[in-house]
Design a protein around this ligand. Structure first.
Ligand SMILES: NC(=O)c1ccc[n+]([C@@H]2O[C@H](COP(=O)([O-])OP(=O)(O)OC[C@H]3O[C@@H](n4cnc5c(N)ncnc54)[C@H](O)[C@@H]3O)[C@@H](O)[C@H]2O)c1
Length: 350
């Protein structure tokens, strides 16, 4: 365990190539706090300044296995530890000031989950359950889970509503289903209020907050890297039962996801019913369509090679977002595909 608020800030300012620190309003020392696991990751990034702008103190718990500290707002209290470390959880949650928990931390690499299912179970399920248990033991503040469209597998309907029977087709999706079910049962037993936000394909950038996974398995950053470097990118799957044979996905801007998290918190805080909500754009784009958009936005011809389907990748995943719109007030305002690509390209170039 390592508590590094001071060290992190000093380190941040030494990095001359990194973006300017985010301008933020520093919350009062006695302001209510929220715990954000995986807060140094891609999707959590834009939520942090929004929470701080609400006057909340943000406590990030992240093992930094994949996260980045250079874009964390300076006032964030950072705990570098595993999300399943009960000693650390007791210390953070035992203070009594945590009013909500956002659980982003997890291993989201589908291909790795297929190769090493136990690794993904250990990471997502074993550690996630320890977090849920600790939260329930410490007064059960509202809990927002980063779930995934992977819980649906190859759904036969499109767009997919939340009540569609779940049928994950890879271990990663299964781990999200396990966590959702655990929340449901723990909620019934303890009164824990929870929301499972089933993101579709998180994409785009907000300012300097952009996708920096290693290895990068997501389409848009890989296409942008190809546009910049000239090295070819492989497109997986040419024989899907879709209009052009490539996989169709719903790309949702990380700014819309961040707004969706605040809306979910508001919903739970006003006593709204726990449950699952799709967060997507409501529109599907094929891989070839995205290649065209990236080519237009960057003004470069993309070197691509065609490869076989990846195990665990369903043909089509498009969100029905009506429940999130009606219950939470969610709107996919920033999720136009050209805007997503343009923000990601700008952030990569800056
Ligand atoms: N990116 C997407 O398109 C997408 C789609 C659906 C769901 N999700 C889910 O959203 C969440 C965030 O995804 P992301 O793309 O930001 O991933 P990310 O890898 O960028 O961020 C995850 C963060 O969690 C941290 N972390 C991982 N395991 C940890 C552990 N055991 N203890 C403490 N910290 C840990 C990492 O260091 C990283 O900072 C994940 O749970 C993922 O499954 C992402």
């Amino acid at each position: 365990m390592e508590r590094t608020t001071e060290g992190r800030q000093r380190w941040r300012y030494r990095e001359s190539t990194e973006p300017e620190p985010l301008v933020e309003r520093v919350p009062a020392r006695d302001a209510p706090a929220v715990l954000v696991t995986g807060g140094a990751g891609y999707v959590a990034g834009p939520l942090l300044p929004r929470l701080i702008a609400r006057g909340l103190r943000v406590v990030v718990l992240d093992d930094l296995s994949r996260g980045h500290t250079d874009t964390l707002p300076p006032s964030v209290e950072l705990w570098v530890a595993s999300v399943g470390d009960r000693r650390v959880l007791d210390e953070i949650l035992g203070r009594g000031d945590i009013t909500a928990v956002f659980h982003f931390a997890g291993d989201s690499e589908v291909a790795r989950s297929v190769q090493d299912p136990m690794g993904t179970y250990r990471h997502n399920v074993a550690e996630g359950l320890r977090l849920i248990e600790a939260v329930a033991d410490h007064g059960a503040p509202p809990f927002v889970l980063s779930s995934s469209a992977s819980v649906y597998g190859s759904a036969t309907v499109s767009p997919i509503p939340e009540e569609t029977p779940l049928g994950p087709e890879n271990p990663y999706g299964e781990t999200k289903r396990v966590l959702e079910n655990a929340l449901r049962w723990v909620g019934e037993a303890t009164g824990l209020r929870w929301a499972a936000l089933r993101y579709f394909n998180a994409a785009g950038a907000e300012g300097a907050l952009r996708e920096r996974h290693n290895p990068e398995t997501h389409l848009i950053p890989n296409l942008l890297n190809a546009a910049r470097s000239g090295y070819p990118v492989t497109l997986y799957g040419t024989d899907y039962p879709t209009a052009d044979g490539s996989a169709v996905r719903d790309y949702v801007h990380i700014s819309d996801l961040a707004d969706g998290h605040l809306l979910a918190l508001d919903h739970l805080t006003r006593g709204g019913a726990p449950g699952a909500f799709n967060l997507g754009s409501g529109t599907g784009h094929s891989v070839h369509e995205v290649v065209r958009v990236v080519s237009e936005v960057t003004g470069r011809t993309l070197p691509v090679t065609l490869g076989p389907r990846r195990p665990g990748d369903p043909p089509t995943l498009v969100a029905d977002i009506r429940r999130a719109e009606e219950v939470l007030g969610y709107k996919a305002r920033q999720s136009d595909i050209a805007h997503i690509v343009a923000t990601a390209w700008k952030a990569m170039a800056s």
